[in-house]
Design a binder for this molecule. Sequence first.
Ligand SMILES: C[S@@+](CC[C@H](N)C(=O)[O-])C[C@H]1O[C@@H](n2cnc3c(N)ncnc32)[C@H](O)[C@@H]1O
Length: 275
Amino acid sequence: MTGDAGVGGDGRVRNTYVFDNAGGQAPGRFRALEQFFDPGSKRLLIDIGVEKDWSCLEVGAGSGSIATWLAERVGPRGEVIATDIDTRHLEPLRVPNLTVRSHDVAREPLPENRFDVVHTRLVLMHLPDREKIISKLISTLKPGGYLLLEEFDSVSLRADPAANPAEFDFATIRAMYCLMVQRGVELRCGRLLDSWLRRLALKDVASEGRLFTWRSGSLGAQLLSLNIEQIRNDMIAAGMISNEQVEADLERLAEGDATFPSPTLWAAWGRKPRE
Ligand SMILES: C[S@@+](CC[C@H](N)C(=O)[O-])C[C@H]1O[C@@H](n2cnc3c(N)ncnc32)[C@H](O)[C@@H]1O
């Protein structure tokens, strides 16, 4: 699946993703995402029917926690292909039926009619032409195969002190979302998934959302702090926030008394028609 489109001088595919895996914050980000969201993703994959001998594609696999779990579930005669635009956190994995591929899902092709299930989490929101990419993911499914997409909606349910005085609306988080939008991120991506899957004529489309209450000092607050740290200089350089405000918000995230809703992780799934 590798091609030469977007390959940088070091041989890695060039990365326009906001929270670049090369950043020192990436391992902490992956650990937090796994802890919050892997249980729900696994439940949905089990409900879809993933079982022995299935062929699975995990797109934008990150550090590979779901890919590794899938490999165990499908057993030695099944297979999992884990792709990412930057595979540095997947390369250490040594699982016999798990293959790691460097692949840019936005720009490179995928084989037709190949997989029983395709899963992706927190990838499409960052990419342009999402519906085109979803069509490509559908094409790579065998007839009757399942697509499971999971993406955040970060804005429909925000911290709102008027609704709950315990909630704190961080200026730095608002600035982070502004920068993300400027860089092409769709902050409502999760909420749109169900409609996209229906429009693309998948069968048995269904969806659900899950979110948590996060607090200062919690793993959720750490996840947000890591994201802020990674892009703080860009937000400040763009005049979206001052260094002092970032410092104050990071301190409040670490040890304050703030409560706030996490982004909502929407999952939407459906089956490719057999005809
Ligand atoms: C927020 S992380 C999510 C990782 C993992 N899916 C999870 O939920 O824990 C997004 C991942 O998508 C990858 N990614 C970004 N753009 C991509 C692209 N065009 N093709 C494939 N992967 C991409 C990033 O390198 C990163 O590993």
